[in-house]
Design a protein. Sequence first.
Length: 317
Amino acid sequence: MSAFHSDKIQVGISACLLGEKVRFDGGHKRSEFVENDLRRYFTYLPVCPEVAIGLGVPRKAIRLVRRDDNIRVEASDGSIDVTEKLTAFSKAKTAQFDFLSGYIFCAKSPSCGMERVRVYTNEGAAKEGVGLYARILMEQNPLLPVEEDGRLCDPILRENFVTRVYAYHDWQQLQATGLTRGKIISFHSRYKYLLFAHHPSSYSLLGKLLGDSVSMPLDQLAERYISGLMQGLKNKATRKGHTNVLQHLQGYFKKTLSLEQKAELHHLIDKYRRGLVPLMSPMTLIQHYLREYPNPYLSSQVYLNPHPEDLALRYSL
Ligand code: SF4
């Protein structure tokens, strides 16, 4: 069983990224990757928190302002303060997001920005804030994979986000069937090499958690497990991490490949390690050998197929 399911996955998104003209100046921030690529697999829930609390389009620009120890959300000319209204909306709205498997924010916004949002003081502005809606959403949904439109232009961050969305969706689907200790253990087994590529020590820690969990209540185990998995996957899978995993996968064909085939695979993994070919090259050969010499355990590994192939996310890794 792979982590990839054909059902569309539900992902929340800042409405302006879908081309909705909801920005303060009547414009939008349509993202091609979101619209053209991800839309084939994701069903979007668009939200514009500023429009939702009754601010019109166009409207006065709002911004984060530090007042003593508080961060307020105010119009640039100080004429309105929407902190309470936006907080109430954000709490109520994001408390209903259990069904989402990811969220894409519009960067820099005082409402939707995930990080490095300008916070104004009398002395000037520093990029140290988080949009109010985004902050509340992340606090209320700590497991939910989140990312910003600008960061999605980076191939590694883009692949990492989509991997996390699929992994979380996979977990949600497992949860819907009713969790058991055995199901969590076999889920962990399928994620072995994916987690290994991202953060090997998370794999060991979670294995230990499962091994020591006999007396732990199931809901507590599930919460600790998925929280550890999502945290581990947040680490970027480096070329070194992928090379390590590829070498492990190569080991499964020790007895089946001819000397020539082994040398070819070894050579390709080494070329990947040196940055001469993309990850897809050795992966394609491994997939080919796996079809020729089936191995159910290896086929069950999410690492081989973490997201739809035609998103081509591994071509740039
Ligand atoms: S960034 Fe958020 S609040 Fe601003 S226009 Fe886009 S969806 Fe609306």
